[in-house]
Design a protein around this ligand. Sequence first.
Ligand code: ADP
Length: 464
Amino acid sequence: MRILFASAEVYPFSKTGGLADVAGALPKALVAAGHEVLVVSPWYRTLQADPAPLWIGDVDVPFDGGFEPVGVGTLEVDGVRFAFVGHASFQRDALYGFADDVQRFARFTRAIAPAAHRVGFMPDVVHAHDWHAAYLPLILRHGWHLPDGWPGMPSVYTIHNLQHQGVSPLEATVHWLRLPRSALETGMQHFGSANAMQAGLDLATRVTTVSPTYAEEIQRPEFGFGLDGTLRHVAWKLRGIVNGIDETVWNPSTDPWLPAPFDVGDLSGKAVARTALLEELGLRDGGPVLAAVSRFAEQKGIDLLLDAADDLVGEGWRLALLGSGEAALETSAMALAARHPGQVAVRLGYDEPLAHRIYGGADAFAIPSRFEPCGLTQMIAMRYGTIPIARATGGLADTIRPGVTGFLFADAQPGALHAAAREAKASFDDDEVLGMRQAGMRTSFDWSKSAEAYVQVYRDAVAG
Ligand code: ADP
């Protein structure tokens, strides 16, 4: 099949989170299974591409009442084709976080068909990811000014995180996207505003999310962020498919950022990575290292970890935290480190090499998320012999086998995390932990099975 991916980020070119990993890895798995994939993504000023994409000219994008020129650059890596769409609004220091984000990504979404047409790619199905690309199914059904063959094209829409929905003024959004008035009668309208996420749910031929448990959870008000009713309504076309990880990127036996390689048969390199990590972070040995690599956001329950941290340190844990996000969480993380020199290390920011060294060197990995659509860090941790201690929600519940590959706790409370950590610590003290590390390392998280499940969804979408 010929599949077009539309994603606001794609590893290794741009990344703020798991969406980039999925958009980077799933196309590779699809190509390996014999399909053709074009990934369309914005050409950010910060794009990590060497060589840079080959600029092949501008396309005219129907937008904001007229046509706007948008640049197209191409690349091909590992058999996956990429088209990057360039515009002044992507020439900024960060991917997101601007007042005009919905307008920026509406323009991106409108540019997808002309860009694909320009590079000669005619998909059988489009696969749009998260709110940034969520208007694509609507454009395919209701939009004018599409290349021949594009109107009515089947679409799959994947929710990576329901919390971020792309809400904007209704009339302005219809105008930006150059949609007819009939679009107002669709799911793009949510309580008087335009809602990109709901438009994707309503108009895509099939909808998926990134784990079976999350697919159930989001149909309930506690997890639905106001769209649980919509999700119940579209449940017939909704399916949860758990993410994989790119096992060529996340492989402790070949990881160039680790001080020594290791694998399930020989964990001596992990001990080297642990010693190096303690030294790098200025931590004194004396207990197992509990790490977190995460966005500092309410979703991730970093506050639960910070609230439990004094007790954890008191029981001998060493803490290594890498992340950034909400200022209040960053401040209390730094205060925690200051209270426990040599026992708690915090690094603020986004640091891919350090993330690898942490996965390699840590003993356990905390993921106290309030909700977690899939989560990749638990799978990466397991692959590196690092034991996840996680909340039993979404993809965490689907990928961690409690007592076999990790520890799960139910309540979003510091005490529940603390109790799970105590259980984990007992297994460290008893040395039972080796078998658990190995069980995690032997678990396959590769993409091939999930890629097959997506192909089935693409076939269903094409069948109508
Ligand atoms: P998210 O909700 O943020 O997408 P996921 O668990 O799906 O969460 O994916 C997070 C990805 O981002 C993982 O690959 C993780 O290693 C990476 N990551 C998160 N924070 C950082 C950071 N501060 N530095 C480096 N990598 C990070």
